[in-house]
Design a protein around this ligand. Structure first.
Ligand SMILES: [Cu+2]
Length: 185
C-alpha cells in the first residue's frame, strides 16, 4: 500500500517535493528514538546520560550528560546514584601545569539559570565507584540525579564504546582513560 502511494506521487513531477517532504519526515521519525534520550525535572533538561564501557575487572567508570537549566533560578547537582555502582561522586578533571588532576566537588555542581552545563570527558563527570559489573557497550543502566531545588530525577545511562557517542571529541577520551584504573592499584 505504501509502495503504491509512492509510485503515484512520483508519477507527477510537481508532486516530487511532496515525496521529498514525506521521505524527510520518515527519516526524522526513524532517527527520533536516539534523539529522544533525555529527561526532565522542573526547569531542568537532562540530555543523553551515558557511561563509557569499562574493561573487565575495572572498579570505576565515568558518566556524562548535559544539564540545561531553562528556569530563572540557579540549581545545583548535589548527588547521583547508579544501580551498577556502590557509590557515585561528582568530579572535576582539569589539567594544571601539565598535570591532570581530578577532584570531587564537595558542594556539588552549580547549574546557573539559563545555562547548559556539560559533564563530558576531560571535564566535569560522574564517577561510578565500586562497580558491581563491567559496563558493556550497548547496554544501559538506571540511575538518579538529585538537585538541591528540583529534587530527584530517574535517568538511564547508555553505555557507549571507548570513543563515546557520536559527536563527542575523541581527544577528550584519551584525557579520561586514566579512569579505567583505580588509583589505589
Ligand atoms: Cu573522576
Amino acid at each position: 500500500m505504501i509502495r503504491f502511494a509512492f509510485t503515484r506521487v512520483l508519477r507527477h513531477a510537481e508532486d516530487r517535493i511532496g515525496f521529498l517532504i514525506l521521505a524527510a519526515a520518515l527519516a526524522l521519525f526513524a532517527v527520533q528514538p536516539a534523539l529522544a534520550h533525555g529527561f526532565k525535572i522542573g526547569e531542568l533538561e537532562i540530555g543523553h546520560p551515558w557511561a563509557r564501557m569499562t574493561p573487565a575487572g575495572a572498579k570505576v567508570g565515568g558518566g556524562y550528560l548535559a544539564i540545561e537549566n531553562e528556569g530563572k533560578d540557579a540549581d545545583t547537582l548535589v548527588s547521583a546514584t547508579a544501580e551498577v555502582a556502590g557509590k557515585v561522586e561528582i568530579h572535576e578533571m582539569s589539567v594544571k601545569d601539565g598535570i591532570m588532576t581530578m577532584r570531587q566537588l564537595p558542594d556539588g555542581l552549580a547549574i546557573p539559570a539559563g545555562a547548559e552545563v556539560k559533564l563530558a570527558p576531560g571535564g566535569y563527570h560522574l564517577m561510578f565507584l565500586d562497580l558491581r559489573q563491567p559496563l558493556k557497550e550497548g547496554e544501559s543502566f538506571k540511575g538518579t540525579l538529585t538537585f538541591a531545588k528540583a529534587g530527584t530525577v530517574n535517568v538511564e545511562f547508555k553505555i557507549e564504546g571507548m570513543a563515546g557517542p557520536k559527536g563527542s571529541q575523541p581527544e577528550a577520551h584519551d584525557a579520561h582513560s586514566g579512569h579505567g584504573t583505580p588509583p589505589s592499584n
